[in-house]
Design a binder for this molecule. Structure first.
Ligand code: MF3
Ligand code: CO
Ligand code: CO
Length: 258
């Protein structure tokens, strides 16, 4: 069953998502050469405490593994679930920041990819295309459409530019739990899968690679990297399906790239 949020619950989601996107906006401002990912993670933890919310990732369990970070910070060829460390961010890196918070029992989940200074043209294009793929996916997130319509938009935008969609990780319903039904793949067929309904809240999160779509897991048991070491981009919004326009609950009110 795909959970449907009533008006009150949608308002709760609006609030948790607002906190997640406000914190993401502030964390983006911290990204500069020389800062360690641990310093970024700790600053995010302070912002969460100050806002009266909890990390939706810290302590998250997958089998016997427990996620140790407050946010996910993944550099360059790291696709998602990177764990903060003493590693220093360098000029030319791309930094994926993924932030999930729990506010009063409701989860907001959002991510972006930040270029540190001037990056390679192909990498810049990878970011633009991945952000555009998310925008296209959201543009079809109307009641009555199918889940496959979302994935089809993303896949089409990627392949149109000779880029490759990661298939091992997917978007998801989000609400009382970080991951609820349905899974939201970044590929699919139009008119396939369950129909979208007003009150669904979906985390739509394309992950697109410059090289091979294949990923591998690092020894830390969490960090997913591209199999060929080429860069990967990730953008994510939590979106409310309504009777009219989709509502981007984690919108930050300006271009989403920076
Ligand atoms: N941020 C991921 C998502 O968008 C989930 C991270 S879970 C963690 O769905 F444990 F790895 F942090
Ligand atoms: Co996320
Ligand atoms: Co997510």
């Amino acid at each position: 069953m795909i959970p449907i949020k009533n008006a009150k619950e949608a308002e709760k989601m609006r609030q948790s998502c607002r906190v997640a996107s406000d914190i993401l906006e502030r964390v983006i401002e911290l990204i500069r050469p020389g800062i360690t990912t641990k310093e970024v993670d700790e600053a995010a933890a302070e912002m969460m405490a100050e806002a009266g919310v909890k990390s939706a990732f810290l302590g998250y369990r997958l089998g016997h593994r427990v996620y140790p970070g407050n946010i996910c910070i993944s550099l360059n060829d790291e696709v998602i679930h990177g764990i903060a460390s003493q590693r220093r961010i360098q000029y030319g890196d791309i930094v994926k920041l993924d932030i999930g918070v729990i506010r009063d029992g409701w989860v907001g989940d959002t991510a972006t990819t930040v270029p540190v200074g001037v990056v390679d043209d192909r990498v810049e294009r990878l970011l633009r295309v991945t952000e555009k793929a998310l925008e296209r996916a959201i543009s079809v997130a109307y009641e009555g459409k199918h889940l496959g319509d979302i994935g089809a938009e993303i896949e089409e935008e990627a392949t149109r530019h000779n880029l490759n969609v990661v298939r091992e990780f997917v978007g998801h319903g989000v609400g009382r739990k970080l991951h609820e039904e349905p899974q939201v793949p970044n590929y699919g067929k139009r008119n396939n899968g369950p129909r979208l309904k007003a009150g669904m809240t979906l985390a739509i999160e394309p992950m697109i690679n410059l090289g091979t779509a294949a990923v591998r897991l690092l020894d830390d048991g969490w960090t997913a990297c591209t199999a060929d070491g080429m860069p990967s981009a990730h953008f994510e919004h939590t979106v409310l399906i309504t009777k009219a326009e989709p509502e981007i609950l984690t919108w930050r009110g300006k271009t989403q790239l920076k």
